[in-house]
Design a protein around this ligand. Sequence first.
Ligand SMILES: Nc1ncnc2c1ncn2[C@@H]1O[C@H](COP(=O)(O)OP(=O)(O)OP(=O)(O)O)[C@@H](O)[C@H]1O
Length: 246
Amino acid sequence: MFSIATEKLGSNGKKPFTVFVEGNIGSGKTTFLNHFQQFDDVCLLTEPVEKWRNCGGVNLLDLMYKEPHRWAMPFQTYVTLTMLGMHTHQTTKSVKLMERSLFSARNCFVESMLASGTLHQGMYNVLQEWYDFICCNIHVQADLIVYLQTSPEVVYGRMKQRARSEESCVPLEYLKELHELHENWLIHGASPRPAPVLVLNADLDLNTIGTEYKRSETSILKPILIENTNQHALLTSPAKRAKQDF
Ligand SMILES: Nc1ncnc2c1ncn2[C@@H]1O[C@H](COP(=O)(O)OP(=O)(O)OP(=O)(O)O)[C@@H](O)[C@H]1O
């Protein structure tokens, strides 16, 4: 057994407060991350979809949808690798905000692929051994999960509208199944949740969702707010004031 050192300590001497943004396809994870661009001390890690679309010139996402029985397994192994890259990404920022995680790949996508027969039981078992190995040997920081909760019909409409070529054949049924798997995991706790879950209503459209995003700010920016309060307290402490007066 060996272990791999991951997270570098942040500038404040602590590991970054790590938040996973989870939700169905088209739930607005990228838009949610973009909202936090305005905060300097937040490291944003968007999902590596572009890597999946171009793995050395091969579009694995497309192949996975076109020939699932053949490509689901290599696709999942690449998802595992690229997600691990995000989990072990080092930052000196106080907060790390990630789009998805190894946990949603494991608890939602891989489960769905086993149930539909896309993944053979043997392939599934190999993936489970990888996840267990990672869990035991690599520190995966998790402090909060933001669940962008949607209804399948709403995200189906958004998916059709954005018309990503690889997703043209994705049926509403698949989104319903992924929705149930997210709900079972994040709301009902059918699989272990690595951190507390904050649920937001992501059915709202772009004009009204800002209030939902704002609602999450205090929870996500907690370490920054605490740090600022401490600094403020230091600046206004009697000793500091005396020094300033002098
Ligand atoms: N572990 C996985 N296994 C299979 N497919 C996956 C996996 N993770 C993501 N995908 C696929 O990758 C594509 C991107 O999906 P995802 O929901 O992660 O992002 P998104 O829809 O771009 O996010 P959003 O619209 O919420 O910003 C989808 O077609 C989805 O089915």
